[in-house]
Design a binder for this molecule. Sequence first.
Ligand code: GTP
Ligand code: SPV
Ligand code: MN
Length: 587
Amino acid sequence: MFHSTTNKNLIHWIEECATLCVPQNIVWCDGSEEEQNVLIKSMTDQGELISLNPDHFPSSYLYRSHPNDVARDESKTFICCEHKSDSGPTNNWMSPQQAEQSIKPLFQNCMKQRTMYIIPYVMGPIDSPFSKVGIQITDSPYIVINMNIMARVGNDALKKLGNSHDYVKGMHGLGTLDPNQRFIAHFTESNTIWSINSGYGGNALLSKKCFALRLASVMGKNEGWLAEHMLILGIRTPENKQHYVVAALPSSCGKTNLAMLQPPYSIKGYEITTVGDDIAWLRFDDQGVLRAINPEAGFFGVAPGTNTTTNPNAMNMIHRNTIFTNVGLTDNRCPWWEGMSEPPETAIDWQGTTWTPNNNTCAAHPNSRYTTPLTECPTLATTWDDPQGVPISAIIFGGRRAKLTPLIYQAYSWNHGVFIGATMASETTAAATTPVGTIRRDPMAMRPFCGYHIGDYFNHWLDFGKNNQSPPVFAVNWFRTNDNGQFLWPGFGENFRVLQWIIERCEGIAEAQETPIGMIPYASDIFAEDLNVPHSIQQELLSVTPTHWLNECEDIDIFFQTVGSSLPSALIQEHQSLKGRLKNALL
Ligand code: GTP
Ligand code: SPV
Ligand code: MN
């Protein structure tokens, strides 16, 4: 067994895993191009990967996952800490002892006649003091080739780790893919993850949601920082001022698209750059400046809806070195998905069967994705790998709400901003296996990803900004619809107009009007004439209807009751103030 580590703790853990899973052989991954090519070749030879048309999509491949394994499974995701009360009302809980009894046996012999890959990786810039090391074990070559894109894989990780015990142990087995025996278990007190019977996305790429959010959120609480489900983007103004903002939007609610947006043609002199599209680790530096790093090294982006108009930068980026999962395949071996272009006359759908536009089904699964290295992104910020992270000017929360919440508003204070984040709600999407389209509270877009009690998490947020130069907080909603379900706001690149207002608020340039829920822009600051949004829709997009919001407050009350006694009094206070302002507005 070749490896370049003398870390006894690590070697011992690997031996334990091997004894349990009984693989035929063990391979230490180095993240090299050669390793990637060898794995891809063997997978294409075995028909597990389909090589795409090299004229249009060089070094790009299609993978089809098992039809019952196409999204994160929140009902099979557990926090395994000693005390149930530490996991809180938003998590499934299982005691570590119970996990030992009911999950561990599922790994027994699970790698028989298979190869066990050991993937050492770093989350964050290799030399950053904020980065952390993880080791993932897996028997899925598909997961290895994805991890090689999504994280900084290789011997640098082993070097960084040295003989330390401080790394995240991730054990992943494909098992039988039986969804009833599927478990994604997080041992938040021993930095360990067990994932069995899924090979898809956040269930199986253990660096991503399992480590960089669920375990990291607990590390952040203990160490004074935040692990968030946020994109990080740069905005350089025509006056050459460089800003960065972070934005938390729930799964499949627009982070990747916002992170690499192309400003409208009519707006000159601004530059948008991309640091991250899904996860941010945030901390205040010695000067009290909020800084963010992207712990990841690649995109695992939603394919449907991506096209040359909605996201030209992504379309450009995914034309090479990309692994597509569960998209359709055209006759000339190019990927296709709903919303990409006019449908082809015939195609092979994501399950491998013949498809035509007359079929009542989708060619691509709604949660089909592309995996592409960050370095392929045409808007990648030069600072993306800065060990110190980038300084943050504003925090944005958002969700998918067909009704109620306006396009954009600003919080009155840090505590009010934390209240807005904590009480966000959003319609569920295909990113998880739960039914799509129902509104649920999704605090800070972290409901499925906060690894500890959500009330303690709110307290941590309040404390985090208390003694620092906390940036202003905003809320956005790109997804208001009319009664026919059509979006009222053009979205995508036009979201830049909202970002511009945010930056002008940060710089003290733009004005705002006070409403009971927060400060909103004057319509003329958002809706330039070239946008062609009718006056009545402008009004609707910025409207705040107190009676509707009072109903929302009742729903927030119900949510707050579920949080229980650790709900911070500052948030109860904010809620009272909001209700007071709404009632005043009705007088
Ligand atoms: P995850 O990777 O699941 O965390 O998703 P995400 O938050 O990165 O969302 P993404 O940017 O991939 O967008 C998800 C879906 O929403 C895609 O189908 C997009 O086309 C669509 N979308 C993104 N931004 C907008 C927008 O401004 N308006 C509208 N109408 N749709 C959008
Ligand atoms: C999400 O669901 O927020 C994702 C996709 O980014 S997954 O990696 O599957 O979590
Ligand atoms: Mn995400």
